[in-house]
Design a protein around this ligand. Structure first.
Ligand code: HEC
Ligand code: HEC
Length: 217
């Protein structure tokens, strides 16, 4: 039987090389595309993790304008003063007889808030509004609203070092806090905050869920 000559067997080699190269290329292409998609998938997941909230700076900042109006209204600001004495009245004057914040925000010595502020509103005008938990934020975290610009207040509210270590979820819940709700039941002769509680909650939620953006300074 005739064996294939050197040259004959050689002539198959380029074809084999081309086929082999083709296979290699295909494998490389498959690997590259698989890696590409996995990579994209990881990237996508990372993005979703970083931003579970739908960020929309325009809507967020717009909602904060409404939130700010409420926070700066006397019903809220009177308990969030820049000094250590609470404020009173629709003109936010210093509290008569000057009760002081104290370490826990509950007053000092004989001037404890709860001495005069009962669990419920005292009937009549110029009487103390009531709440079982009536006090100022503590000395270690004063949560000042008075004098803050919208930019400063928005930044402060979401800073755990300044907001009582609150997460965004806890901030959302705070709209239903007893002292916050009390703003809409302030006792006789006091104006209500400029939005209803439902409108406030809606603006507060929108502000936070859309990314808690601060208005420009
Ligand atoms: C009787 C005093 C008092 C009144 C009135 C009051 N607050 Fe507060 N507020 C507090 C105290 C005390 C804290 C701190 C308690 C805490 O962190 O849970 C606080 C905390 C807060 C916080 C969290 C602070 C932050 O930086 O995120 C917000 C928001 C807030 N109040 C909003 C309001 C709003 C809105 C109103 C009016 C509708 C209001 N407060 C009325 C006493 C008051
Ligand atoms: C000696 C009694 C007394 C003590 C102590 C006292 N208050 Fe008052 N507080 C009043 C009275 C009375 C009013 C109502 C004044 C008015 O309407 O003219 C009032 C009103 C307020 C208001 C205004 C509420 C609003 O919506 O405008 C705030 C805020 C307040 N007190 C916070 C405090 C805090 C915080 C403490 C403790 C650090 C405290 N008070 C201690 C008697 C007291």
């Amino acid at each position: 039987m005739k064996q294939p000559t050197e040259s004959q067997s050689y002539s198959f080699r380029p074809i084999r090389t081309i086929v082999a190269a083709g296979i290699m290329l295909t494998i490389t292409a498959i690997m590259a595309s698989t890696f590409g998609t996995t990579h994209k998938r990881i990237e996508k997941r990372a993005k979703t993790n970083a931003a579970p909230i739908n960020r929309d700076s325009v809507e967020s900042v717009k909602a904060f304008a409404s939130v700010y109006k409420v926070l700066m209204s006397p019903r809220c600001m009177n308990c969030h003063p820049s000094g250590d004495v609470p404020l009173q009245g629709d003109d936010s004057h210093l509290h008569t007889m000057g009760p002081k914040r104290g370490v826990e925000g509950k007053g000092l010595y004989a001037m404890k808030c709860a001495n005069c502020h009962q669990p419920t509103n005292t009937p009549g005008v110029h009487t103390p509004p009531g709440n079982p938990n009536w006090h100022l934020p503590p000395a270690t975290m004063k949560m000042v609203f008075q004098g803050r610009t919208p930019h400063q207040l928005a930044k402060q509210l979401i800073d755990p070092k300044q907001n009582g270590n609150k997460t965004k979820e806890q901030l959302l819940e705070h709209a239903h806090d007893g002292l916050v709700l009390g703003g809409w039941n302030p006792g006789e002769g006091r104006t209500l905050p400029p939005l209803s509680h439902a409108e406030f909650t809606k603006a507060w939620t929108t502000w936070i869920k859309k990314g808690a953006y601060a208005p420009k300074p």
